[in-house]
Design a protein around this ligand. Sequence first.
Ligand SMILES: Nc1ncnc2c1ncn2[C@@H]1O[C@H](COP(=O)(O)OP(=O)(O)OP(=O)(O)O)[C@@H](O)[C@H]1O
Ligand SMILES: Nc1ncnc2c1ncn2[C@@H]1O[C@H](COP(=O)(O)OP(=O)(O)OP(=O)(O)O)[C@@H](O)[C@H]1O
Length: 520
Amino acid sequence: MIRFDDVTFRYASNDLFRLDGVGFTIEEGELCLVIGPTGSGKSTLLGCVNNLVPLFTGGVRTGRITVDDRDTTLLPTRELATTVGYVGQDPLAGFVTDTVEEELAYSMEQLGFPEAEMRRRVEETLDLLGIADLRRRPLRSLSGGQQQRVAIGSVLASSPRVLVLDEPTSALDPIAAEEVLALISRLVRDLGTTVLLAEHRMERVIEFADSVLLVHPDATVRHGPVRDVLRDAPIQPPLVELGLGQGWDPLPLTIREGRRLAALQRRRWQDDPPALPAPPAAGETILRAEGVVVEYPGVVAVRGVDLALREGEVTALMGRNGCGKSSLLWALQGAGRTSAGRVTTARRVSLVPQTASDLLYLASVRAECEAGDVAAGAPGGTTEALLRNLVPTIDLDAHPRDLSEGQKIAVVLAVELVGDPEVVLLDEPTRGLDYAAKAVLGDTIARMAAEGRSVVIATHDVEMAARSCSRVVVMAEGEVVSDGPAREVLASSQLLATQVAKVANPLPLLTVEEYERAAR
Ligand SMILES: Nc1ncnc2c1ncn2[C@@H]1O[C@H](COP(=O)(O)OP(=O)(O)OP(=O)(O)O)[C@@H](O)[C@H]1O
Ligand SMILES: Nc1ncnc2c1ncn2[C@@H]1O[C@H](COP(=O)(O)OP(=O)(O)OP(=O)(O)O)[C@@H](O)[C@H]1O
């Protein structure tokens, strides 16, 4: 259904090949998971399928790409758009109308669907994606996850035969992500839809995937069965990493397989339970929120939250899409609209927002780094060193606009961290980051906490929360519904359990490292 033949691509502003002699075939009704390190070229590859690359991005592409056996460069744009539904990484950038309903109908209008058919499909899509109560809301006023669901819905509504999805669940809470992926896999099974889907949090997608396409940093690719490609891929989901370390055969891809392989180990633990590390002691309270309320017209986003942040503590702020995490972070930082309550702190509070790239406005990464040093009064090169730690391969001369999403987040992070804030609030910092970059971010966070800073991470990434956070605060409908040590909150929750926690249950182990230590 999708075929790349010796495809090569370079952006105009850069001599490097982003795709180099790429060839593969995705059959009709195949769900292919595209993986690769941050900035390796996944988005570039996906954009080639509907000619976004090079038509919108510029650059030179050679080789042949066919969809349904027809050369995409020869297909009229409209016909290609009917066949290939594409959802990019930044939903807001892709929206063309103002409200949810209009957006869902837009592509069908363009494709000339009859009015009645359009109505029916809009209603169905609203229900399928659980966004019916948002139907008349302006798109700009939606939370990140709500926007992402609308973007996916607007493409699904016209039932294209090929779906190209660039990190479609990056902003979704674990349940919403599972629902969206189940929906997509149902389209694959029932309608034979062909899906090409990039995702860093592979653990979410693997059970639905028929094949994996690995994009190497050297711009070549490998396409094959899930197990074969993952076995020696440079990036692996926790379960695969665990399986390789434990010498499990066959390599487990699902929790069920993992549990079966771990059965003996669990029995041993039952007879002889291993000691679990104690949660680190937190220091003094350095920021206190009391009765914080955040209201927007018609929406109460935060309903009287009390929260104390302590020195040396890393807190994960979790909860369903739209439950008020971002609104609370802005209130803690002091810049958000707070309708009632107060936040007291004597310390410098820094926030890295969800739409991090809005903060990048200079002409090159180097200039952003230099400005970061100057603003923070740090020695020249400090921001650059922080950045290099996060993403070693970044091109300092690149225009921030031309960076991959993960690279953009890394730049904003580096610029904020160099300012040495004592309270650091990070809104979804792992979007677009691969496991390696996340590990580095985790180390950076651990270092900050060790220096006595308090860090809060709003995240849907349970693996990140397990690795890096000592405390988890869960919100629902604007209120804090649970708050405690990460191990207690994460291991006891069905929704928030990590892959390892599910395999080790009832022993509350959260990470591969912890499992390996306990199994020794
Ligand atoms: N318009 C552009 N001009 C020049 N270089 C670009 C442009 N867009 C992307 N790049 C570069 O091409 C490389 C691949 O980017 P791409 O967005 O395809 O990566 P990715 O694998 O999707 O990354 P991520 O996982 O962070 O989303 C990156 O190094 C990026 O800086
Ligand atoms: N400017 C705004 N106008 C109206 N409603 C808003 C506005 N900003 C946010 N909201 C609403 O407030 C609620 C909380 O939004 P918030 O962005 O804080 O949620 P969140 O927990 O960060 O969500 P996500 O996980 O999807 O990022 C949502 O229902 C959202 O639609």
